[in-house]
Design a protein around this ligand. Sequence first.
Ligand code: GPW
Length: 828
Amino acid sequence: MAAPEVTHLPNLPNDVEGLRQSIRDAVVRVVGEDPRQATERDWMEALAFAIRERMVERRLLTRRQFADEDVKRVYYLSMEYLIGRMLEANLRNMGILEPARQAMADLGVNLDTILDLEDDAALGNGGLGRLAACILESLATQGYPGYGYGIRYEFGMFRQEFEPYHQVEHPDNWLRYGNPWEFPRSDRKYPIHFYGHVVEHHHPRGETRYTWENGEEVLAMAYDYPTAGYGRRNVNNLRLWAAKATRDFDLRYFNEGDYIRAVADKAESETISMVLYPNDATAIGKELRLKQEYFFVSASLQDILDRHLALGYNLDALPDKVAIQLNDTHPAIAVAELMRLLVDCHELSWDRAWDLARRTFAYTNHTLMPEALETWPVELMERVLPRHMGIIYQINHDFLEQVRHRYPGDNDRLARLSIIDEQNGRRVRMAHLAVVGSHRVNGVAALHTQLLQETLFEDFYNLWPERFVNVTNGVTPRLWMIQANPALTELLGQRIGNDWQYDLDRLRALEPYAHDADLQKAFLDVKRANKVRLANLVRERTGVELNPDVMFDVQIKRIHEYKRQLLKLLHVVDLYRRIRAGEDVAPRVVLFGGKAAPGYARAKGIIQVINEVADIVNHDPAVGDRLKCVFFPNYEVSSASIIIPAADVSEQISTAGFEASGTGNMKLALNGALTIGTLDGANIEIRDAVGEESIFIFGMTADEVVEHRRNGPNPEAILAQQPNLAAAVEMIESGFFTCDDPGTHGDLGRYLRHEDPFFVIADYAAYTEACERADTLYADRTAWAEAAILNVARMGYFSIDRTVRDYANQIWDIIPEPVAPSRTNGAA
Ligand code: GPW
């Protein structure tokens, strides 16, 4: 037992006076500046340091308690965490936002100015990465022992600029001022092996053993980000890995005197964690990507096993003490890596290891789209990860034996189920590896899980129906309501108290007041104030002036053909043409936001044409306030939290069957926007929750889309029957909006007339009809307010806290462990 002096934790004060002292000291001791000369950025850094020392203290208390209580832990493995800014979130979740505001004011600094200086931590592309960030926040808030593992990319999601219409990508150098939130752990390093070859060692009695020899090694070094729960003392940890060269590199060429080559090689080996691939829902297929995946998976599993053993458990207890969630197939190589660690390094028998691995892993699927499904050429896998290729063959062999036994003679089924795709030049199907190696597989919305069972994983579902479960996505109300929408938060507090902050279902208490005229007025006032706030930001970023009394119609998400930004754009062009023709149309502001993957030409073309249309529409004096179109540049988490509370209408118009869930749909509806949407992803569950009166559903269902495709779609025939739509398409292809590059819009016309792979043309009439229903309701302010209030009141189900409880109960088998107000420390 260590002396009390050694086990003591500092227990820093959280009142205004205590904070002020910490901040003032940090300017000198950490930033190294004279408080008399400190800049705003110096104060920001000092404040961050004052918070982080309080966070780490609670982190240690949390860890002590988890160790004392022998808890089961969950580890979330994700290539992406789309966190956004951390300062305000950490202040709020630590419960010191208001004292810190006061302390800063005492020091002569305005907190809001400081908050705006911070760069987003954008270590993700979109929905998948943001979901991971929400899940970590909820794990901490609910007191679950849950940890994130990922990559500390030096460069996150690129910064988007328009020059002037097309997207240009700039590197996101988010670490250029250093990062006060991270704790570099140079004592936590693991070797990661690539290339080389495998040597077999035959034993007369017992199993053949394998060693992986030669090749290259790089080190994975841990950087820890404490993650605070809201309204609790629990602080969990997100551990991100950075690549560091081994000492090997120092020795390799220095002896031969090739100093420059040695340093260059060293730098090259550290590129593994340099940059996030900016592709959303598309497999990348590059060797460096495979190395990134293996790099962070191997480091995380080595760390997990080290902790497990250090806590005194034996390996047979692994599934009882550890759950590992694979966020899509990006970390699916973990199945083979855990087998390697257990069999080759810890010398377990194959069968014992397999039983442990399968009971430990679970896999979340986030898409059905074939281009997003990762498969690696066998030849590449063999070269980069030779031992893993051997392990995958063994897993596949055992698995197919089982299938043969169950379905004798069914060779087609064997080929369909095999982890190796023999059709397309031999590739490893990572989704199959993940399903075979997990005890649970989940989709992220009811429709998505159903389609997984009926299509992509049909054969697996027939084999193991009990393995498949649904866990519908959710969003954290701390960021997406309390932080993003303080005005509505305040109003809710006045009307129904603050319990909803911990239990979002309690928003239902608002229902009885939906037709209360005072509440309706207050609700509309809040929305208008949020629209003014957004209009100010839009003016600053784009120069476009928006009228806050007009409907704000918002489509914010990655640019993808299946998400159908073109459907919204056709509507804009249609309205514009009709306004010019003297027709009276309901006024609206249409706001787009989102990035295109740099190599996705069609998506970049969509951005360009939207910008070109916007430029013409916004400068046409015949239009005035009746139509404005804005492409908000560099849409990211921090701008989302200004845009979402200001939306009247939420566009969720993907072709049915393609959006696994969506989570923007949830954030917007929670903030009182009414959804115009297809019966896709979680839109269906949102409709079931909010009721038909608070949502505008339109278009083909997933079944009808399949049927429509089978019948051979004919967009030209539809255009011939719809003069408004035809006129809009003609206006675009005629070059009316062409500003930059003549001819590009002709190509877009051909695309819509002859390809239209996501049925924009076929759904257009139904879509505009839904928009008109929204216009009619919007014109009746009382009816709109009532529908919007009911919408908010009924969104409780879409809290990430419910999502996380579903994972905890159905998949992880873990329970909350709230940290008791100071035990070990004797603090208040
Ligand atoms: F393709 N999603 C995403 F499934 O944001 F891997 N990026 C991705 O690479 C993939 C999925 C992947 C999204 C889904 O498109 C969206 O529908 C879902 O709400 C979100 O993941 C979170 O589940």
